[in-house]
Design a protein around this ligand. Sequence first.
Ligand SMILES: [Zn+2]
Length: 231
Amino acid sequence: MRRWFVGLALAGLVGVGSAQAAGLLGFRLLDFNGVLVRWGVTDAQPVTVTYGFVEAPVTFSDARNCRAMVPMDDLLKSSGLDRATLEREAAAAFEMWEQVANIRFAPARPGTRPDIQIGAQRDPIAFAFADVAYVKGDGAVRPIERSLICFNPKKRWKVGFDGNLGVYDLRYTFAHEIGHAIGLDHPGGHGQLMSMHYQETFRALQTGDVDGAVRIYGRSPSSQQAASFAK
Ligand SMILES: [Zn+2]
């Protein structure tokens, strides 16, 4: 199994596939030396990916990042946020991707292992990271088997924009890290939600973000319907 890690701002990028023209497409797919990744194996049926928050300290010895995660409680407490807010902002961010691409997200049922596991970093670094592990095998596109998203509990977090770029908006950060967790990398330059640097000029997916998700998963049925109504 090969692994990858990506982070939002301050995090180094390693081994970006050079075949993809930087910036021109407005998106870049995660590229593990020529291997692309996605949840599920086909976009004929929408894949449902589960997510959940870690409820106890957990370590992933095979992960490049988010190797050790703890529950989000301390992060929420120090930022003056509550659990309901966290869950609401996460759900809103997952919904952004769900609305444009043929992929579905659902909270994992209690007692089951979420496909995307979310937590606070045990060893705080930068702001937030994602880690993607995929199933080894033949083929240029491999199924993702696990993604991790971790937030730095030593940073302050907020909901909404206030112009202070030193405190990140939870929903924006979730949406960015989810983009990694489903197979997107940082495009070159600025102007996309998947761009490497945090910004507060938009809080929704931009054209390149949408194009990237659609490239991997196809369009969501609802966006296809909306397009046909518009004709
Ligand atoms: Zn990133």
